[in-house]
Design a protein around this ligand. Sequence first.
Ligand code: NCD
Length: 318
Amino acid sequence: MRFRRPHLLGLAGLDAGEIGDLLDRAESSWEAAGTAGWRAKRTPAIARLSVVNLILEPSTRTRCSFEIAEERLGAEHLSVGNEGLSLIKGETLSDTGRTLQAMGVNVFVVRHPEVGAPARLADELPGAHVVNAGDGTGEHPTQGLLDLLVMRRRWGELEGRRIVIVGDVLHSRVARSAVHGFHALGGSATLCGPRHLLPEAVGWPGATVVEDLDGALEDADAVMTLRIQRERFVAGEAVPDRAAYRQKFGLTRERVERLREDTLVLHPGPFNRDVEIDGEVIDSGRTEVWTQVRAGVAVRMAVLSVLAEADPAPEKGP
Ligand code: NCD
């Protein structure tokens, strides 16, 4: 099945055909994604878009790659963060959305600290398209797609592959989206980290949960390491000691040297060097981190052009 939805809110619930469709589109934007100043021939569908990136949490990669994707596609776009919006004056997100909609904005790219905020906005703004650019500990579907794209480019397909996701999985929307997408395409995930930062496997399709990283890495096809996302900890959750964490769960140079030569090393960024991954490993060229960033532009170009062709969510009756 092709991707024909009005919104992209998560990878949970998408089937292999829909994900494959988005990845095929992203593949066709690969050159554009890595080329400064590239401009698409502006299609009528793109010409009808007016995109606002509502980035209500710090972001480098996601924000800049959405902006670059919009620019390269030739879509009208602008970005605003908390500091520039009336949300801090007490306006609701829904009223901010309605205000922008009254100016003709029809695509909302939303990064928000609360799980479900983009989905709620999608319900409240009939006629608009909403893309979840990361909602609290919920999902980060365009990040999931870019991770899948990097792996698919390397392996051709993901069927039967195993990825180890190590670190603060509990607070990671990146991990959640990756696991759903990876599972839909026939792969499996091993989740690893300190016990209190691991979720129950329930709700994480095709995933197993382990605490021993060295065992998990044996024969892994890919390893993705995650930052300890302190800002998403709730009261009472202990932040691990950095040195002890690195020793048990860090992708140190020694651990990376023990990997199979063809094991992919992924990190969504931002990195905390010498905590979850050694700076030396990043600088060695052994990882896919910069390829992931480029894939992010390709995926965002794909998502926006597919949504441009999709029917918007129907207007609600009176
Ligand atoms: C991630 C995020 O925002 O969830 N970053 C990203 O979008 N590449 C991961 C993180 O914050 O650690």
